[in-house]
Design a protein around this ligand. Structure first.
Ligand SMILES: *Cc1c(COP(=O)(O)O)cnc(C)c1O
Length: 361
């Protein structure tokens, strides 16, 4: 059974990407591998907006999210919490045995740079975690304004998750002064799950070198020394690296600016539908994500029935709300390879299912 995914991850994977994954593997210490590894670096560095290496981890994003805490938190970490993923990062920091404090907001409320300034000014912290695009609530945090604040605190290493926004909106790591920028494969990049990508600043690597108990699998210094040989610390998920190489071709064939514009236009289509259909966005409009839409179920529709109808009649699925927002919201992704046609078609299908449920606009 296969159906088209409009959930905010994993998202729909193209036939070209799947085909790339069937390339026969070779040894991960071979010249062929080094060639493959090095071939994706320039594209990745352009996407990350960085001169630093981009490391490839065989794990989902959480591996690197946890690893960053282990590698970089010496004194205390400030976890910005405003949704399921960011709340979890606070929990994970404590599970790693680190001193941690949550800067908490209602789900759907963006993180306020002034609050970060007040917290960091205490001098208690040497690291901060931030989720750029909180996928659970469809909220995009004001990264420029936030980084303008964090850069005023040289002791504080910034760890930024862009799992569901990477390559869909500009996020120039070096220009913004982000120390660790990380993403996973199965969301904005539209690859199958199983791989994470991350780039680490020189000063964060210097910090990591001084910290004990970094473990092995996610040790940033292991990643660096292997990177210098065009390799990864352990056997990587080579088929996904073939998929990544193929996806980078697609991204640069489309052009970065065109890709950003497409995501923004598709997102605007969904927003216009939300208004037309009498729904509201969960976050304030100015902070609404560009890669997915979290719709408040202010009309009290049966979200589960809507999704069941979409699946049965049109062979596609949206998301019925994450965690405590299940049924109170629903989410529609416009990540990856979506087009004006695919989004318009989905919105028409949603209208038809809602009409049949007797809850049409
Ligand atoms: C999905 C997601 C994660 C977790 O990704 P995994 O692949 O499940 O590890 C982390 N952060 C954000 C913002 C996400 O959307």
């Amino acid at each position: 059974m296969s159906y088209k995914l409009f959930i905010p991850g994993p998202v729909e994977v193209s036939a070209k990407t799947y085909a790339a994954m069937t390339t026969p593997v070779f040894g991960h210490r071979s010249k062929d591998f080094v060639e493959l590894y090095n071939s994706v670096q320039p594209g990745l560095q352009a996407l990350f907006g960085t001169k630093d290496p981009v490391f490839i981890s065989t794990s989902s994003a959480w591996g690197v999210m946890e690893g960053a805490v282990r590698n970089l938190v010496r004194k205390k970490v400030l976890n910005c919490c405003s949704g399921a993923f960011s709340d979890k990062w606070f929990d994970v920091s404590k599970r790693c045995g680190k001193e941690a404090e949550a800067l908490s907001y209602e789900w759907g409320t963006p993180v306020d740079p002034a609050d970060i300034r007040a917290k960091l000014a205490t001098g208690d912290f040497d690291a901060i975690t931030l989720i750029h695009n909180e996928t659970s609530t469809g909220t995009m945090n004001p990264i420029r304004e936030i980084m303008d604040v964090i850069r005023d605190f040289p002791e504080v290493v910034s760890i930024v998750d862009c799992v569901s926004s990477f390559s869909a909106v500009p996020l120039p790591k070096d220009e913004l002064g982000i120390d660790v920028l990380l993403c996973g494969s199965q969301k904005a990049l539209a690859l199958p799950p199983g791989m994470a990508l991350f780039s680490v600043s020189q000063r964060a690597l210097d910090r990591a070198r001084e910290l004990p108990d970094r473990g092995y699998y996610f040790d940033f210094i292991e990643f660096l020394s292997n990177h210098e040989k065009g390799m990864t610390p352990s056997t990587p998920v080579i088929p996904l690296i073939f998929a990544l190489r193929s996806k980078l071709e697609d991204i640069f064939a489309e052009g970065l600016e065109n890709r950003y514009t497409r995501h923004s236009a598709l997102n605007a289509l969904v927003h216009a539908w939300v208004e037309r259909a009498g729904f509201e966005l969960l976050p304030p409009r100015a902070f609404a994500s560009k890669t997915l839409t979290c719709v408040k179920n202010n009309r009290g529709i049966d979200v589960a029935a809507l999704n069941a109808g979409l699946k049965q009649r049109y062979n596609c699925v949206i998301d019925g709300g994450y965690g405590k927002l299940k049924g109170k919201t629903f989410r529609i992704s416009n990540m990856g390879d979506e087009t004006e046609e695919s989004i318009r078609t989905l919105l028409e299908q949603i209208d038809r299912v809602l009409a049949d449920l007797g809850t049409g606009a």
